[in-house]
Design a protein around this ligand. Structure first.
Ligand code: NAP
Length: 319
């Protein structure tokens, strides 16, 4: 099967490169930007010199370019790892159209192009589609979206637009993503806990840190399920179409997350203290409680989910 990965030079895209190395399927890794030299170095360190670090240029805001790439390469699945991911930056009113274009219109483009060839779109969404209503139990897939900011709102629009096209789709909502690639909370805190004598971190927002490698494994499991079913599909819809939640197991505040990063890295000299969110003014109010219920993805695809500290320890070992 030929599989197109968009946003391949981001955190999740690079983990997809590692996860699919040696696969019998053909993967085409695309992005608007070139691969970052530090990411190439990390890919070689983690997966050897023969890892595919190539990037085919594809801007997913351009429907005709997507159509052409899908047809020329006989693509049967698209894994969309591209997005506007700067949550604070999305609040700039001048950026709204751009954020909506990337998080809503572009996924719709992918859905249209894959529907035309009768394939599957695996799209990544976010826990930030929730948060506006107060709740204290893990969010299920059918819970009403109540985003608190532009990022979550435009990601919710993206989900709606994909579903409206009628294509085969799996939308995976994830949360608090980190990896060995690019910028993320783990890398920032690794640096700060190594260099600062004292640090304050918010304890009044809880969620689940998620290792992008584990998410990439879940995606390949979903692709295998699709591949198996597509052998006998006969133009019928994929029986597992739907929205799913995936994060690592467990619950943590940003404060607890930082304490574990420091402990596993031996940065014990830094005094880490909890604080309230209002001590760090932000243009967007983030959800106070954003735990995803993963029962559905585990039941439907038989996915086993790692506990967040086990995955954090593994990723830090790689860094
Ligand atoms: N990061 C998190 O904490 C988090 C949490 C929940 C859900 N998610 C979701 O998980 C997915 C993956 O996130 P991530 O952290 O891996 O993202 P990321 O590291 O920001 O990577 C996104 C990639 O998409 C590229 N891109 C931007 N505009 C594009 C376009 N027009 N066409 C094609 N590619 C384009 C980016 O290039 P540039 O760098 O040049 O812009 C970047 O390489 C996203 O859907 C995100 O919304 C992330």
């Amino acid at each position: 099967m030929n599989i197109l990965v968009t946003g391949a030079n981001g955190q999740l895209g690079n983990e997809m490169r590692i996860m699919t190395k040696g696969s019998k399927d053909k993967y085409i890794f695309t992005d608007v930007c070139d691969e970052h030299p530090e990411s190439v170095e990390m890919l070689h360190k983690l997966a050897g010199d023969d890892i595919d670090t190539s990037t085919t240029k594809l801007d997913i805001t351009n429907l005709e370019d997507i159509r052409q790439m899908v047809k020329e390469n006989d693509v049967k699945c698209i894994v969309n790892c591209a997005a506007w991911t700067n949550v604070d930056g999305a609040e700039d009113p001048e950026k709204y159209e751009l954020v909506e274009m990337l998080n809503a219109k572009a996924p719709e483009n992918l859905a249209i192009a894959i529907k035309e060839v009768g394939g599957l779109l695996v799209h990544i969404s976010t826990d930030y589609v929730f948060g506006g209503d107060p709740y204290n139990t893990p969010c299920k897939e059918d819970q009403k979206g109540t985003p608190t900011g532009v990022y979550g709102l435009t990601k919710l629009h993206g989900e709606e637009k994909i579903i409206a096209t009628g294509c085969d789709y799996v939308i995976l909502r994830t949360a608090w993503l980190y990896s060995e690639f690019g910028k993320n909370f783990v890398k920032t805190m690794l640096n700060l806990t190594a260099t600062k004598p004292q640090l304050k971190v918010v304890f009044d927002q809880v969620g689940t840190p998620t290792y992008a490698y584990d998410l990439a494994l879940a995606i390949t499991t979903i692709l295998e399920a699709y591949k198996k079913e597509s052998l006998t599909m006969n133009n019928e819809p994929f029986t597992k179409n739907g929205i799913y939640h995936f994060s690592n197991e467990g619950v943590s505040s940003w404060f607890d997350f930082t304490k574990m990063i420091a402990e596993y890295s031996g940065h014990t000299a830094c005094d880490i203290q909890p604080c309230h969110s209002d001590e760090f003014p932000s243009p967007v109010k983030r959800p106070a409680f954003s735990i995803l219920d993963k029962t559905k993805v585990k039941d439907v695809f038989g996915i086993k989910v790692n506990y967040w500290t086990d995955s954090l320890r593994k990723s830090l070992g790689n860094m």
